[in-house]
Design a protein around this ligand. Sequence first.
Ligand SMILES: Nc1ncnc2c1ncn2[C@@H]1O[C@H](COP(=O)(O)OP(=O)(O)O)[C@@H](O)[C@H]1O
Ligand SMILES: O=C(O)C1=C[C@@H](OP(=O)(O)O)[C@@H](O)[C@H](O)C1
Length: 764
Amino acid sequence: MNVRDLVNDSSAVFGQRSSSSNTMLSVPPSRVPSPNFSRRASIVLIGMRGVGKTTLGTIASKALGWELIDTDFMFEQQQGVPIAQFISTYGWDEFRKVEAEQLEHLIPANSTGKVIACGGGVVEREQNRVLLQRYREHGPVIHVLREKDAVLAYLRDSPQYPPFLHETAKEAWDRRERLFRECCSFEFVSLTVPIPPAPANFKDAITPDQTLALKLVEEDFFRLLRFIHGVDTRQVTLSPPGHRTYSLTLTFEDVREAIPVLDDISAGIDLWELRADLLKSYEPTFLAFQIATLRRYSPLPILFTLRTVSQGGRYPDVSPQDERAVKNQAWLLHHALRLGIEYIDLEVIMPESTFTTLVEKKGNTLVMGSYNDWEGTLNWSSSQTRHLYERMKQLRVDIVKIIGAAKSFEDNMALRQFVGSVERSSIPLLAINGKISRALNPILSPLSHPLLPRAAAPGQISFHEIQSILYLTGLLPAKRFYDFGRSMASTLHSTAFAQLGLPHSYSVIDTMTAEELQSTMTHPSFGGANVTIPHQVDIIPYMQNITRHARVIGAVDTVTASSDGGPNGDNTEWRAIKTCLSRSLTPANVVTSSTTALIIGAGGASHAALYALYQLGVINIVIYNRTRRRAELLADELSKLDSLLKIRVLDQLEGQSSIRPLPTMIISTLPATAPKSPEPIDIGLRIEHLSDAGGVAIELAYDRRVTRLLSLAQEKRDKGIAWAVVEGIELLLEQGFEQFRIWTRRRAPARKVREKVLEVYEQQ
Ligand SMILES: Nc1ncnc2c1ncn2[C@@H]1O[C@H](COP(=O)(O)OP(=O)(O)O)[C@@H](O)[C@H]1O
Ligand SMILES: O=C(O)C1=C[C@@H](OP(=O)(O)O)[C@@H](O)[C@H](O)C1
């Protein structure tokens, strides 16, 4: 794939080039269920007035490069009058009739490559509902929701809408919600973000500052789209054998209570288990908001569990004779699938027809078939347990979960034997019966955390405690990590190791030559190293393997120990730059083939910056460096990456900018101040160099005096134009977190680490 394919292939939604050391890899391809729809299938948005269908439609259409069809807009164009006026002249019936005729042609004729935002009353007519239900077999029909109070307040202040007939907006909302659910295949909650007011004289529909505020909504929406299309289903990697993965069981009655502690409790884990049966309501909109809230604050995938009373939960037991209860349970579990849940727990004791229909309809959701031996009668050595496992395999689950209750130490041995006997089977098994088995089980072991209201099951322990058990039993050898050079990395990594209860150490080795580091890197206890100047280039010959990224950039900043002895070299700087850039780009500035970026400086960091831009799909890149020759060398070298890259060297920054279109991304790799001088260097960067559509600026100088770009950002902001500025320290942290993930395959507790690093930084 070249850059153009990437841009055309909607990189903003469908993700960028894959990176070899991405820690959120999916399960092996054979286990990824094929997506239900073609990636080109049009996206249809339905939902109440004012929830944000047009807003989301605009964001998605820009990112995908697909045309947005707004049916209301189309209606007004065809009829030549605003909808409200049409209705006051001809009445609602006539409006619904014309609306239905329009839709009947529109959807079949635009079934690929379009984003279709429907009018809020589209589900009022049976004919339209049937049309939508038919379309959802072919492509996604997404029901959009937003907080009712916020939408009703917006509608009260919006005189352009026609008044409802014989009912209030709230009554229409309550009546229609069920109809939307009957017609959709997915549901998306666009959580309200505070949108700054537009300046008085602003003419366009939406200001860049407002689009920056909608960035969070964009991220949430793209997450769902990627899931639907099977591009990034966030499945947890369960390989290689022995790699341990963990889930954390959330026991809150309302996940909003978890938000303040979410960062701390998610450290080290791979998956949230949302115990829906413990929530204070099973109402579908409440559930949708619970999941949306969790997703807004955490990228981890979610396992939806509705544990029944006899299986140790709070959801009422369902008797197969009680048709209503069977239907309600099935409906709730289908609702979880509609919310694009990544994993769903299905109790094997539920009526078989419910189970099999859910498996048929699961799309990209992975099914965890579960059995909880709450009464303690399960015998791991018996043929019945074997039969239970085989039964779940027949039911085509993706993961089998069997939970027993150990009565003696021997039960643990029997469990291990059982696990060993099915190890070669194609379906992963999560089997536990107490603390020891929880530590030994490598597959999504369910954990608790002291900050949770309570443990979800007896014997549930924390990530920290499990690490101690693994260390004491010799399964987690203490490794030595190093800083080859001197940086803030020591504070960052030591804090993360301590917080997670990992037994590893971190120390600085300051040598003159890279050669002196060789014996450290080949020692059996070597875990990994962070490499700072001056060794990033000199260390390359001592690497056994080196990633493609590090080779292109020509610098190794992260070393890992490989299983075959030799050290492996990687580069994380580019990934940190890429993350910071994409996190701060507004939906209005998604990368397209005309996106332009400016790099200032031509040293080592500029290589990483240019490579990050290339990975983002940016093809127009301008480099400015005081010594022109160095900029030319950088341009020549990295132009080889792709013939479509247009890299240009700029003679000077001063004066009128000759860059067209103006950059939406600027990366400065120059130090903030000259050596031994407190004065900021003026490189001639002015507000006129930056796009009027807003953008992002990054200052790689690892120094908090990032005055240059900050003042420009302020100037832009004063004019109502959005700018995000990323400081060097933020990049440094991002890079450190990347390294930590590569070494330990774990997420570091970001808030704690950030606080500690900043504290040390302030003291310096
Ligand atoms: N997630 C959100 N947070 C805050 N405001 C939003 C959000 N989504 C949409 N809006 C605002 O709500 C209003 C209605 O949005 P719009 O997309 O026109 O709704 P619809 O097309 O569903 O009627 C607009 O002012 C928009 O800026
Ligand atoms: O609620 C409704 O019945 C309507 C909603 C509007 O669509 P939006 O939701 O796009 O505003 C528009 O079709 C018309 O005013 C009728």
